[in-house]
Design a protein around this ligand. Sequence first.
Ligand code: E4P
Length: 216
Amino acid sequence: MKFFVDSADIEAISELADIGLVDGVTTNPSIIAKSGRDFKDVIKQICGLTDGHVSAEVVATEAQQMISEGQTLRKIADNVCVKLPLTLEGLKACKQLSGEGVPTNVTLCFSPNQALLAAKVGATYISPFIGRLDDITLDGMELIQDIREIYDNYGYETEVLAASIRSANHVKDCALVGADVITAPPGVIKGLANHPLTDKGLAAFMKDWDKSGQSI
Ligand code: E4P
């Protein structure tokens, strides 16, 4: 399973990349606005931190304009992936850009049928939002499972990029149901390494080692 970082925080992405935990990065207009930085500058810098895809989202709502924005974003770096909303206009733009060989990420997916449409227009990734479904007491993980089954039924190559991940359990459940990619905030990814028994066991080992008086 690939790990994408859902962030524009250069320091946090670099820290995870140094460990070897970054297969790509996703951003959205809210993340970019929060960074307080110029959109193209920050995407260019992120693209230098990974060889994987870096999703940069269009903000137009009409297909031709989305295509034009996508082509502009692609000029920033070879690993830019154009992120498009799951609307009919977004699907139309996805069909055109995918046909030109541009990597695409269709975002804001909340139903299996939406995911089916994204696969039919050749999206590289579909981004179903788990946390936002859970927020309204629906089942985000059921959506990931349904999309996995539908894509496998027909051999669609669109990758299931599970998004809006809020917890370690989301990551584990995505791995169990076979999501191709998860994108999560840096804190969630770092938190996957934590276990209280690991901390307790390590402290006991260190204490015993100190008592032994040895060194390596
Ligand atoms: C994914 O591409 C989105 O940027 C992101 O996962 C949205 O997460 P949120 O629902 O926590 O804002």
